[in-house]
Design a protein around this ligand. Structure first.
Ligand code: DC
Length: 227
């Protein structure tokens, strides 16, 4: 049996950075499931398929090949063989991805792919429904929260560093809109699993969040060894 750490958290809560550092320190493989939903959104944008056109989407999903390659802690995302690691992180994809992630056919395609990876790899898997749907029996479940304003501030700063010009207000309103879509959708809504441990990163540094989660993982591993 593999060891799975589920980290569920919203956009801009520092989840990606924290997960990457923990993967480096523990040797767990970092699986960013959001990047898979981003691939679906990117491919649909490229083919001009709207999120309402479920028939076309289903056809598109049949031949969609997504691979997450880990080299030295850096995850490369391959969509039908093409490296799209950068293309999936544009404001265009940001603004539509939550709509595609709410579609049953999309989740029915990606959830089994994620389970297959986690079943054979000791991993730290990040997303929105890992602890509730993908791996309800994960060894460790973390719900990483953060206020909407702080998330917008962080995302705005990241965008600036990447040269993406969006105002703070635009970033905040897109974060609020996505949050609403993700928490209110019918299938696999973004909610805390009852048995997940809440870590609120609003007033914490990255290092503090990393150390808190590392401690939780360590305790769980010790417990597993004693059982
Ligand atoms: O974590 P992220 O912002 O890269 O995720 C992109 C989108 O995919 C976001 O709208 C939430 C959605 N998502 C999801 O519904 N379930 C997951 N397990 C991971 C991401």
């Amino acid at each position: 049996m593999s060891f799975v750490v589920a980290i569920d958290g919203p956009a801009g809560c520092g989840k990606g950075t924290v997960t990457k550092i923990i993967a480096e320190k523990t040797g767990l493989v970092n699986i960013d499931t959001g990047s898979m939903y981003r691939c679906v959104a990117l491919e649909a944008l490229r083919r001009n398929i709207s999120s309402e056109n479920v028939k076309e989407l289903e056809k598109m999903l049949e031949n969609l090949d997504i691979k997450l390659i880990n080299n030295n802690g850096n995850q490369k995302v391959l969509l039908n063989g093409e490296d799209v690691s950068k293309d999936i992180r544009t404001p265009e994809v940001d603004s539509v991805v939550a709509k595609f992630a709410a579609i049953k056919a999309v989740r029915d395609k990606l959830t089994p792919m994620q389970r297959k990876i986690g079943e054979k790899t000791d991993s730290i898997m990040e997303g929105r429904d890992i602890g509730t749907v993908v791996f309800p029996n994960a060894d460790v479940k973390i719900f990483l929260d953060c206020s909407l304003e702080e998330r917008a501030r962080r995302r705005y700063k990241q965008n600036q560093e990447k040269g993406i010009s969006e105002s703070y207000e635009e970033v905040l309103s897109s974060i609020i809109e996505r949050h609403k879509l993700e928490t209110e959708r019918e299938i696999a809504p973004f909610v805390k699993a009852e048995d997940a441990i809440l870590v609120d990163s609003t007033n914490m540094t990255i290092e503090e969040v990393v150390n808190t989660i590392l401690q939780i993982i360590k305790e769980k591993k010790l417990k597993n060894r004693m059982d």
